[in-house]
Ligand binder design. Sequence first.
Ligand code: PHE
Length: 455
Amino acid sequence: MEETRSEIAQREGFSSSIGVIAATLGSAVGLGNIWKFPYVTGQNGGAAFILIYLIAVLLGSLPVMISELMIGRKTNANAVGAFKKLTKREPWFLVGVSGVLSAFLIMAFYTTVAGWVFSYIFKAATGTIHSTNPEQTSAVFQGLVSGVGEPLFWQILVLGITGVIIMAGVAKGIERVTKILMPILFVLLVIVDIRSLTLPGAAEGLKFLFLPDFSKISFGVVLAALGLAFFKLSVGMGTMTTYGSYMGKEEDLPRTALKVMLADTLVSIMAGVAIFPAVFAFGFEPKSGPSLLFITIPTVFASMPFGRFFMVLFFILVAVAATGAMLSLLEVPVAYLVEEHKLTRRVATLLTIVAIALVGSTATLSTSLLSQHLFFGKNLFDLYDFVTSNILLPLGGIFFALFVGWRWGYKGMLVEFSNDGRLRNEGVAKIFFILVKFVAPIAITLVLLAGLGVF
Ligand code: PHE
């Protein structure tokens, strides 16, 4: 009894429904919205890609997100422990293991980009990137990514900050911080959107973003959309299982997932509106890749009144968005080590961040010292990104869906979905069940195989 009580005390979760939304949205909103979404959209044909992305969200990642939240809340456990509690002597826990590995690998390259973002706060403050000339901002970015000591320093700093917050206990830290900063991020995006939209030539960017060009769509592009849909909502790897385990029994999980998905999509589109009109106005190529955020955005700010001030603020907020996501990524292996291997939170966190620093440095150095090391034509940074987003997350997603659809079954699932009938959402539950039982696993499998060129 004592033990149960202290276990419960240790797992003290989010304190309010607003906190649940803020923390979950904090995980979903991150570099994926402000960095990845715009450039992947840019590379893959604009609006046609967004449309496919939305279909992938509705049929794939949203049902998986709800599945994960339910599995987590039902078991009150980390990604691996949750499956161990739900099944005995069955290999389902491997889904959790794959999740822990994915979280680790995503952190390896995510901290590289987060490091760039943190360094940009200072570059913005000191005026280094305050230029309306793309060539100049581009040179600054190239200087950063082709360096060694500078990007490593920022990556390790980012890991340190994330680690300290995780050690102090996630729920209170994330919950409190995200509740304040999410709205501010939103307001700032509106300001940048307005500025971007009022630039001469902005209409071209809007056309690019909102007029679909289906000639660009291939299986590879559909796979990219699916991968992004999983990455964006932090699903397929146990983050939402872990966060679900901190949610109360009265929380309406399907509704929470829907709200987070809508808000996250809105932020992604707003980031697109902030970037593409400016891209065209300044004569950039819309598909110039990951550097879009680091080369284009500074020129936009440099061209507006109080630009330096807003640029600093903007990069602070991108950094904060990234931090919310990193907290949820780090929490996956840490919760696993604490609960399954009985480490203290402090030791678990330290071990994990040291390991991430080691692997992550190879991502950071993939544009400098290790740039000659290519695997399947990709440098290490791109490889980690591709393997997680385009393979591990969709694969994890298939198994989360299969678990709920086939192993858990309708009745067991319904108890969690409807809070034991109190939510009266059985109609939606039926649709959800068809999605996780048939539609999501089949669709994700087909896209995964086709995208990898199997047929
Ligand atoms: N969703 C986060 C983003 O958009 C990234 C993330 C992926 C976080 C997977 C947790 C798990 O930046």
